[in-house]
Design a protein. Structure first.
Length: 201
């Protein structure tokens, strides 16, 4: 399996699913291009399960950590997105998305999957980029977003169970389009916990 290193990320990254194209530069960050009809979703209505979105994942060394990135998405079709993903196994995972709605609005969306997916739209963001942040302890996860990388808003606070072994990282998707490129810059990882889970500090 091919692995690679990203500055600011502790550990080797590898592709859970390879992208259509990707690249990294210190100036621009990590670029991931997802191909046509790519997604990560287990339909609670019993539709086809999708797990072909390209994901650059690494194994954190810490039980408590915070992972954030500035995310730009070249939106073109409904549900195009750049995401930060937490994956325990193929049917137990979560993702925080900067996603294009069917109404043509960039949105913050969270998906938590325990056998089937629980999909929740949060807020529209009138810009092509946003900051996303995941905070994790062995028992809990919290998703936050920010417009400026300083003031954080809670999106979702939940649990995937008491899990020590997981992978996390960055992904792009284009469920209804032909391709979508997401760019992740200002990627930061640090061990520790959030002092105020609802205030994002």
């Amino acid at each position: 399996m091919t692995t690679f290193i990203l500055p600011g990320i502790p550990g080797d990254c590898s592709w859970n699913t390879p992208p259509l194209d990707w690249g990294f530069s210190p100036e621009k960050g990590l670029s991931i291009t997802a191909g046509a009809r790519t997604d990560l979703f287990i339909d609670p209505a019993g539709g086809p399960n999708m797990d072909n979105a390209p994901c650059a994942l690494f194994t954190p060394a810490d039980n408590d950590f915070l992972l954030s990135a500035r995310v730009f998405v070249g939106f073109g079709a409904a549900f195009d997105a750049g995401t930060i993903q937490i994956r325990v196994r193929d049917d137990l995972w979560a993702k925080l998305c900067f996603e294009y709605s069917p109404q043509g609005n960039p949105m913050i969306v969270s998906v938590v999957t325990r056998g089937v997916s629980d999909d929740c739209n949060s807020i529209t963001v009138e810009r092509p980029e946003v900051h996303l942040w995941v905070a994790r302890t062995p028992q809990t996860l919290a998703f936050h977003y920010s417009l400026d990388g300083r003031y954080w808003n809670l999106v979702r606070y939940f649990s995937l169970g008491w899990k020590n072994a997981l992978r996390t990282g960055f992904s792009a998707q284009s469920p209804t389009g032909e391709k979508c490129t997401a760019v992740f810059s200002e990627m930061h990882y640090r061990p520790g916990v959030v002092n105020d889970i609802r205030g994002g500090e």
